[in-house]
Structures are given as C-alpha cells and as structure tokens.
Design a protein around this ligand. Structure first.
Ligand code: FAE
Length: 534
C-alpha cells in the first residue's frame, strides 16, 4: 500500500492546509534513522526546525501550550484535525449530520441511529473500532472538547488517592483541581432553570425515577455556559444545546478549549497552531532531538504535503489512543526507544452504555425537545457490591421517546493492554468480555432496580439489546504516570520527551475524566517548565 492509500484508509487519515515554516531545508543528507522519508509522496519533503513541539490540541496539549507560551516560550502545536473556528464551517446537529459529523467516513458514527450518509470530510468526531470495543474521540483544534458532553466532574478524593498514591492529594484538591475548573470555565445550572425548562424533562424524569429506586442523585457541573443556555431558552441568542448540537460540535455556548486555554495561549502570540498536520511517526536522532514525519492533508484526507519537523523538546498530547499509537508505531518503524510499561494499565474508565424503555400511560415521555447537555448523575460509587456512577444522558433526536439513556462509569477489575500490530499497522487491544462482565452485572442490577420501582424494560432497540459494553468515550492509561514516565510525565529513557494527556491515568478515574486530565497536565507542566525550561 502506498503512502496515499495508507492515509486515506487509516482512521487517522485527514484534510489539508499548507503551511510554510521557517528554516526550510531540502534534501539534507542524514542517516536513514534521522531522515524517515521512506515511501515519499510526489510532493517534495519540507524539513523544518522548531524549538518546542506539541502533538495534539486536546486537554493535555492546550494546558501545555498555555503554560509554555505564558513563559515566553514559542510553541508549535500540531493537530491532525481542522481549526473549525478559522475554517468558518458550522458544526451540525445530531438530527442532521453534516461535515463535522465524522472523521473521513461516508456514514454517521454516533452510538445509535446511524442512518445518515455523509460526504467524506475531516469531521470532528472519530470512532476507532476494535473487536470488543468502539472508542469515540474528538478531532480538530480543541480535541475531545469539541465533541464531548462538557461534564466537568472532579473525581472523588479517595479514588484519586487510590489511583495516584504518590501524588500530593491535598495539593490537587486545594490547587490543581480548582485551577483546572477555573480555566475550563466550569459552571452549574440554576435549579430554578432546570425545574422550569421543558428541555430538561429527561433529567427530571431520570432523577425522580432514581429517587424512587432508592438512589442518590447529584448535580453535575459542565463547561457549557448555563447563562447562555437560559438566553437560548428565551430565544434571545442562537440556540446550540437546545438545538440538538453536541457530539458533532457546538456552534455556541460551550466553552471548549479553543475558547479557554487555547484562546489565552494564542493571545500571547507565542503559539503557532498547524491544523491538518498528521504526525505519522517519530524518530530519535543521534543528537537526541526528534524528527516528526508529518502528512499535511486536505479535508478529504489526502496528503497534499510531506513534512519533517525537527525539535529538541517534544510534548505528546495526542490523547490516550493517539499517543500510544505514535509511540508503538514509531518503535516498530524507526526503533524508537520506548519503555516496557508502555501499553500497560489501559482501560475504558468503566464505560458502559445502557438504557430503559418505560411505557407508562400518559407519562408524556422524556420530552420531544431535550437539551444536549447533561446535568444529573446517580452516585452509587460507595456500594460494596455494585459500585457505579451514572450520567443521566439526553437522547436529543427530536422524538418524545419513552427511553432513558445512561452512561455508567464503573471500576475496573482488570486492566487491558495495548500493542501494535505491524502487519495491519494498527493498535491491538487486549480487551474482551472478561474485562466488562462486572460492568454488565452492574448495568443489570441498575436497570432491574429502576424498572422494579418505576416499570419498564431495558432498551432493546439501543446497541446490543440495551447493553453497550463496547461503547467507550473515556479511553485512559497505557503510558501511566510514575510507571512509563517519571512523576511528571517525562517519558522513561528520554530527556526531552513528555506525555501529557489521558494516557497518564491508569485506566480508570471513576468519573468523566477531562477535569482530571487538565489538573494532571497543570501539575506536570508546572514542574517541567520550572526544571527543564529554565
Ligand atoms: P484529546 O482531547 O483526545 O486530544 C488529542 C488530540 O490529538 C486530538 O485533537 C487529535 O486529533 C490529536 N491527534 C491525535 N493523533 C494525532 C496525530 N498523529 N497527529 C496530530 N494530531 C493528533 O486528548 N469527558 C468528560 O470529562 N466529560 C464529558 O462529558 C465527556 N463526554 C464525552 C463525549 C464524547 C462523545 C467523547 C468522544 C468523549 C467524552 N469525554 C468526556 C472524554 C474527553 O473528551 C476525553 O477524555 C478528553 O478529550 C481526552 O483529552 P486528551 O488531552 O487526552
């Protein structure tokens, strides 16, 4: 398969933009490991030097960019997806998928109702398919923040301590978590609004039913601006959450990273963001610098330029699956040195999607119109036999369905593992039904108790008869803090290579993870900048 075919076929293929960097050199002779230009495309390769490079513009990458730029350090941020704000393109609603709905697919890829054909485009939502699990991720400047539900949950202190026994828990809860929430613009909806708003009927129903079944519910903070949503409700501003926008991106209201960390970093004028730059693999040079093999792509996913960017300091923030793929693939392709712990302690954060149908006469369903932004959770984490946390999720498809949707977050009983298959050039996951069996038991217990108290059945029309063991929004781990890296994300065996993203968290954190990823990134970057960039 030639390079072009590979890019088009790969789920990491993409769309394009052309950037001329400084210090361009053509045809510089290097040893084969330093000049990884095998399978050249017809386009001449551009070789560029940069001081500091970050791969990926999600939570880890955005924190790293801001903290470095604030210290006057010039940063180049490489992102395989589109800069949506710059492109002037709109995100599409769930009921009408358009350009943003999927990364280079011809059919929509939401967890349900995929009846829509699409034009191939570098959309904001991607799905990585493995035998026993499907993993959804965000693509574009802002990473997962573009497509996620915005639930901003600080983990329970005890569980955080259990996952990270060597970290200073008190400092995290007094400093890094508050800092992360402040920068992310986390806020909470007013109870009055939630009580009045028709669009939150699904949540009121979900909470009432949970209470009847004896569960405790909690209000969940979010980065969607609830004051904006109140204005949407009154039709004073354009609607977004109340117009069915979420996993294909929000056009208004949501404080995604492009509106928070990245906007601040850009204001320093030290940040260069190169969109549609897909890093294929990395080579370590004899002087310990790194060469990144990059395809610049167009919005159809075709390579329009091939680049090598050389840098002394490299921060990998391509997300759990992206950073793992880059490290493992680079090892296979360029003998890139990696630690034996890479690929270990991977998990799905206990994600298990489930739902209920309840057909009570005259009940009125969960509402024709549903806000896309979740605000409620069911906290059953302390239970000894069936511990779980549940997001009361909307189903914003414009139907007054008598279906309730729940995303469960469970504990892990055993970790999965990630390796690289040279033949298929894809990641291999050691992950199967044995990893999720206890999550299914929890889902059965939860649905049974809810149905007993409220009537109903499990939602057979959703995923696999109502039990979505293979639905994963929160891949975590594989490059675990303090195992594959030192205590601050410096990759073992390297001096100037850092990993700052969800892969640092050992497979589970008990709640939706981006607040934790942000706080850990803040903690790591504080130390790295102090010691390695002085
Ligand atoms: P991430 O945000 O994934 O960013 C990585 C970036 O790197 C992406 O922009 C990639 O395009 C880019 N990239 C990857 N490979 C390459 C490459 N080779 N070259 C160049 N660029 C590359 O990483 N979490 C919550 O806490 N609350 C929620 O409500 C929530 N809802 C979610 C809903 C959905 C549908 C999904 C998919 C996720 C949700 N999450 C939620 C998970 C959350 O978005 C995710 O944990 C974080 O985005 C992960 O942050 P990272 O910094 O690790």
């Amino acid at each position: 398969m030639n390079r072009k075919e590979f890019i088009q076929m790969s789920s990491f293929g993409i769309a394009a933009f052309f950037f001329l960097g400084s210090g361009t050199l053509f045809g510089k002779a290097q040893n084969p490991l330093e000049d990884p230009r095998e399978n050249q495309s017809q386009n001449p390769t551009e070789i560029i030097d940069k001081d500091v490079v970050i791969i990926g513009s999600g939570y880890g990458g955005s924190v790293a960019a801001l903290r470095l730029c604030e210290k006057n350090i010039p940063v180049t941020l490489l992102e395989m997806g589109l800069d949506w704000e710059k492109s002037g393109k709109k995100f599409s609603a769930m009921s009408n998928p358009g350009h943003s709905a999927a990364w280079l697919k011809t059919k929509s890829i939401a967890p349900f109702f995929n009846l829509f054909s699409l034009e191939k485009f570098t959309g904001a939502l991607d799905r990585l398919d493995y035998e026993h699990i499907k993993i959804w991720v965000g693509r574009g400047v802002g990473g997962g923040s573009l497509v996620n539900g915005g639930m901003a949950v600080t983990p329970k202190m005890e569980y955080f301590k259990e996952m990270f026994p060597t970290l200073d828990t008190d400092k995290f809860y007094s400093h890094y978590f508050p800092l992360a929430n402040k920068e992310l613009k986390t806020n909470v909806a007013s109870e009055e609004f939630l009580e009045d708003c028709d669009f939150y009927k699904f949540n009121r129903v979900g909470e009432e039913e949970a209470h009847k079944a004896g569960y405790k519910t909690v209000r969940v903070p979010n980065v969607y601006d609830f004051k904006y949503m109140e204005q949407e409700y009154k039709n004073e501003v354009p609607r977004s959450a109340l117009a069915g926008e979420v996993i294909y991106g929000n056009n208004h209201g949501k404080n995604s990273l492009d509106k928070t960390y990245l906007r601040k970093a850009t204001a320093t004028r030290k940040l260069e963001i190169l969109e549609l730059h897909q890093v294929n693999h990395i080579t370590q040079n004899s002087d310990k610098s790194y060469s990144l093999d990059i395809s610049v792509i167009n919005t159809k996913g075709e390579e329009i330029q091939h680049k090598i960017i050389k840098t002394k300091k490299l921060i990998m923030a391509a997300g759990t699956m992206g950073s793992l793929e880059l490290l493992l693939k680079s090892q296979a392709k360029t003998q890139f040195p990696i630690d034996q712990n890479i690929g270990k302690e991977w998990g799905n954060n206990g994600n298990f999607m489930t739902g209920r149908n309840w057909v009570k006469a005259f009940s009125g369903g969960t509402g024709f119109q549903q806000s896309t932004i979740p605000v409620g959770g069911i906290d059953h984490w302390e239970d000894e036999k069936y511990p779980f946390f549940v997001e009361i999720a909307p189903l914003p498809m414009g139907m007054n369905v008598a279906t309730s949707l729940y995303l469960m977050v469970n504990k892990l009983k055993k970790f999965g593992g990630v390796s690289y298959d040279v033949k298929s050039e894809k990641l291999d996951l050691d992950w199967n039904k044995s990893h999720t069996a206890h999550m299914k038991d929890n889902a059965k217990y939860f649905l049974r108790s809810m149905n007993k108290a409220n009537g109903g059945t499990r939602a057979h029309m959703l995923f696999h008869n109502g039990f979505g063991a293979d639905v994963c929004y929160h891949p975590l781990g594989g490059i675990v803090l303090g195992k594959a890296t030192d205590q601050f994300g410096r990759l073992n065996g390297h001096q100037n290579l850092y990993v700052i993203d969800g892969s640092l968290i050992p497979g589970t954190i008990g709640v939706n993870p981006f607040v934790t990823i942000t706080a850990i990134a803040e903690y790591c970057m504080e130390e790295i900048i102090k010691k390695d960039f002085a």
